[in-house]
Design a protein. Structure first.
Lengths: 627, 285
């Protein structure tokens, strides 16, 4: 760890000083400029957040600081990166030798990446991997390194550190892995920690824990942090200073409170206006469309209007789900006998009404996606009944069930992965029409495709292009057009806006709401993002370990959460408001696994009604995991 | 992705050059072979024992020289292409169709179909090539059709395994799931969504195998298991000319060049076709 107490660091000037840094990719006369002329300083012991949407160059900037762009095909074309190492005068990392850089990487500057599984080597134990940095940089022997590794794991609040040292990465959960990554990054007591979207792949409650750990360790060790994120909520919770990047350029830099209170650059304003804020609809019973500011060629422009989404018709449900159960066999003995099952969905019941949006909220392993896939007949249910328009799905003939796939459509999380790369988007959008024989004539189909493209805000001539020629937001619009092609009554949106940048996300949410009003669509909106849920849904069902723990109108669930898990979930959401007191509640605990040995059935919650249509699971005094 | 789109102009030029050269080479060969009956009505059979082993480029009647029996090398190369190209191309096409179908079914449906089909493939792979060749051709007799049939039997496994592997990787991709969610049936998923996505590696393996099979035909003929040795073929000519390599190189070099140009042409076409089939423009996987 060495002698960097926070006080000894606050001496002369910044720890890291990036001066007019430019990074290029690709060869030839017109290389792609990923970062253009970016300058900023990082002060010792403080946190600088670099915020931007995909393609803004924020990650490239962080890689360039460590000169890791050398390995990803990039080239630092100009500028300098002045770093003040603990053992000498400031040096320019851009011109530093490879040997000097190796001393600095991991030792003086450490990095945490977004995906903890791919950043850990699957064939080495956790202890080996943490120990590697220690033996390499600190010259510890194997035994001492193991002891230090154990200390580090305790520091990141991993229970049972001793046994964890001998585990392999795949045996840990995502949150635990990310904590291991943090332990590794902090192993040599670096002066600067670069965290590139470290919590983006994690569940909210886990994210809250990780953010807490980073903050505590930073205070304890006096490490400076560069925090790269797209999430303004995380920025508000973590940052001291903020750099906003847009299209490879730094457009604004200010202390965090100033950025939120009085953003200067139009892009920052647009970004902040698009951020969904939990609690913004408090007191209003219905979801509401609000205008979005978008950047139109450098000029902010407002699109959409304020509109209350009064579309639901509560006379007769379109979909009735009763005691739906879905389990998967995992783990078999040598003789093929099943030993363990994933209890993905356990006796879940709910209704969806025409024109209504029901949000299914939960974290990973809650079974929310499995419910969607079961309804779309992509997964066979183990039990329960599903009625669509009053008819029992179990009693339907195969052809009727096929027809149901016209009435119910599914939008996936990753629009690029869900479009066939070998076909034009026109082909993909026309496919439901062709498959269900809705239109026979080639010309009529083309016309319909063009209409659909226009409805989702694209142009008819886009039909001839391939998916890779579009941006992420456009691709999701294409997927929406495809889902609407067969004129469905119910659309299941499975994390459909989660992977999108906030400004795109806001537009897609508005689009979904607009289409709902125009076509009286029902949505089953599956997500982990509470802020988006608040904006779009009429009713909310909170899932935990395959069971609904709370269901009711959005207003009731958000303003009067009754179940402890709902409260925990709501309190874990980072709020995009730096004026709020940070981390008032400490959240602990992993999400338990839904895998159970055969014969150990989970107890089914009893529900009680606490308000009109607001049902909550009865909690035993100690409900597993929900502390 | 933005980077991939900005492919340098030189590369695109090279791509079209590839196509042109491929068409010229493979197309030229094919045309010459198709019209060999018109060009050389004697079928390269007429002997002139007075003009044995004439060197090339000296006698206008025998531009590429003559072989030990005084037959025109040019005529024999062109006529010999009939057997070689027929065997090379048809055997590969047959193996591709059979192997791809098996691979698609095994990879997509898994379960019993996969077990049965893939065990078949394993048995096939376990048997030595020459043994099957002798067995089949001893039972069926020799002839061009038998040779093609045998090659299909011997080679479909390669395609089946390749395709099955790709299908296994593809079937869990989200666009397949999303097609299923829309209500697309199995047949359409297999042929519209999976097949186009596995074509790239198939095309490459195909072009490589054409050359392989042209030579294989000559080996079989050499062993007495192939085509009637009196009918000219490129592989056969190569084998015949071997003994004269020191004194009369042209007897074996020209059929060798014919094979080379054909294969080069097909490979270029194959590369181009693979890129053409892949709209994302990623050259290799």
């Amino acid at each position: 760890m060495s002698d960097n107490s926070p006080s000894s660091q606050r001496q002369d000037g910044p720890l890291l000083s990036v001066r007019s840094l430019s990074v290029e990719f690709g060869a030839g006369p017109t290389p792609f400029q990923a970062v253009k002329n970016v300058s900023f300083d990082v002060q010792p012991g403080r946190t600088l957040a670099i915020v931007g949407e995909s393609g803004s160059g924020k990650s490239v900037t962080s890689l360039a600081i460590m000169r890791l762009t050398d390995y990803t095909g990039g080239r630092i074309s100009s500028g300098e990166v002045l770093f003040r190492p603990s053992d000498g005068p400031a040096l320019d990392l851009v011109g530093a030798s490879d040997a000097r850089l190796r001393e600095i990487r991991g030792n003086e500057i450490a990095m945490i990446f977004q995906e903890p599984m791919t950043s850990l080597n699957p064939v080495f134990t956790i202890g080996n991997q943490i120990g590697e940095a220690l033996t390499l940089h600190e010259g510890l022997n194997v035994r001492d390194a193991r002891l230090r590794a154990k200390e580090l794991l305790q520091k990141v609040r991993l229970p049972d550190a001793d046994t964890l040292l001998d585990r392999y990465p795949h045996q840990l959960s995502g949150g635990m892995r990310q904590r291991v990554m943090i332990a590794m990054a902090l192993a040599c007591g670096p002066k600067l920690l670069i965290a590139d979207e470290p919590t983006t792949a994690l569940d909210v409650t886990i994210q809250a824990q990780i953010l807490n750990i980073i903050r505590d360790l930073q205070a304890e060790m006096g490490t400076a942090v560069i925090f790269i994120t797209h999430d303004m909520g995380v920025v508000a919770e973590m940052a001291d200073d903020v750099v906003v990047m847009w299209k490879g350029e730094k457009v604004e830099q200010a202390p965090v409170r100033e950025i939120f209170a009085s953003p200067q650059h139009p892009y920052t304003k647009a970004l902040l206006s698009a951020v969904p804020r939990l609690g913004s609809l408090t007191g209003q019973p219905l979801p509401k469309r609000t205008p979005v500011m978008i950047m139109d060629g450098g000029v902010p422009k407002q699109t959409g209007a304020t509109h209350v989404q009064d579309t639901a018709d509560y006379t007769k449900p379109i979909l009735q789900v009763e005691k739906l159960t879905t389990r998967f066999d995992v783990g078999k003995t040598f003789f093929g006998r099943v030993t363990h099952r994933v209890h993905a969905v356990e006796e879940v019941s709910f209704d969806i009404f025409p024109g209504e949006t029901l949000a299914l909220v939960g974290e990973s392993g809650s079974g929310k996606s499995t419910i969607g896939r079961t309804l779309q007949q992509l997964v066979e249910p183990t039990g329960g009944t599903v009625r669509f328009d009053g008819r029992d799905m179990n009693a339907m003939s195969p052809s009727e069930r096929r027809g149901l796939r016209q009435q119910i459509q599914y939008i996936f999380q990753d629009p690029f992965a869900s479009l066939d790369p070998r076909h034009t988007v026109g082909f993909s959008i026309a496919e439901p029409i062709v498959v269900h024989g809705l239109l026979k004539d080639r010309k009529a189909i083309d016309r319909r495709v063009h209409e659909l493209l226009e409805q989702v805000g694209l142009q008819p001539q886009h039909a001839k292009r391939y998916p890779h020629e579009f941006s992420g937001g456009q691709r999701q619009r294409i997927c929406i057009a495809r889902a609407l092609a067969s004129d469905p009554k119910l659309v299941i949106a499975d994390e459909s806006v989660s992977a999108l940048d906030v400004s795109i996300q806001a537009q897609i949410v508005n689009l979904l709401m607009e289409l709902q009003e125009r076509r009286r669509l029902s949505y089953l909106f599956i997500t982990h993002d509470m802020a988006v849920v608040e904006k779009i849904s009429h009713r909310v069902a909170v899932l935990y370990l395959g069971q609904i723990v709370e269901i009711g109108t959005r207003q009731a669930v958000f303003e009067n959460p009754q179940h402890s898990y709902t409260r925990k979930l709501l309190s874990a959401v980072p709020i995009a408001d730096p004026e709020r007191e940070r981390a008032k509640t400490r959240i602990e605990g992993e999400i338990p696994s839904p895998v159970r040995p055969v014969g150990q059935e989970p107890a089914i919650h009893r529900m009680r009604e606490v308000g009109p249509g607001h049902w909550v699971a009865v909690e035993a005094d100690q409900l597993r995991g929900a502390a | 992705m933005a980077l991939a789109q900005a492919a340098p102009a030189s590369r695109r030029w090279f791509r079209s050059f590839e196509l042109v050269l491929g068409v010229v080479l493979a197309g030229g060969m094919t045309l010459a072979v198709l019209f060999s009956g018109l060009l050389f009505p004697d079928g390269g059979e007429s002997m002139d024992l007075m003009a044995r082993l004439l060197p090339p480029f000296q006698n206008p009647a025998h531009i590429l020289g003559t072989d030990p029996l005084g037959r025109d090398v040019l005529a024999r190369v062109v006529v010999g292409g009939r057997i070689s190209l027929t065997v090379g191309v048809l055997s590969v096409l047959g193996a591709v169709v059979l192997g791809t179908l098996v691979g698609l079914v095994a990879g997509y449906y898994r379960g019993v179909a996969e077990i049965v089909l893939m065990r078949f493939a394993d048995i096939q792979l376990a048997l030595p090539f020459i043994l099957i060749a002798i067995m089949f051709l001893a039972i069926l007799g020799t002839g061009v059709d038998k040779v093609i049939f045998f090659m299909i039997i011997a080679q479909w496994v390669q395609y089946a395994r390749l395709v099955r592997g790709s299908v296994l990787a593809l079937r869990d991709r989200e666009f397949i799931l999303s097609a299923r969610a829309i209500g697309v049936g199995n047949g359409r998923i297999i042929f519209q969504h999976i097949l186009p996505n596995v074509l790239g590696p198939i095309v490459i393996l195909m072009t490589l195998n054409v050359a392989n099979n042209i030579l294989l035909e000559s080996s079989l003929t050499f062993l007495g298991l192939g085509v009637d040795p009196l009918i000219p073929s490129w592989g056969g000519m190569l084998a015949d000319g071997r003994t004269y390599l020191q004194s009369a190189w042209w007897v074996s070099v020209f059929p060798g060049l014919a094979i080379m140009f054909t294969v080069l042409g097909l490979n270029l076409l194959g590369d181009w076709l693979r890129d053409y089939l892949d709209p994302t423009g990623q050259t290799s996987r």
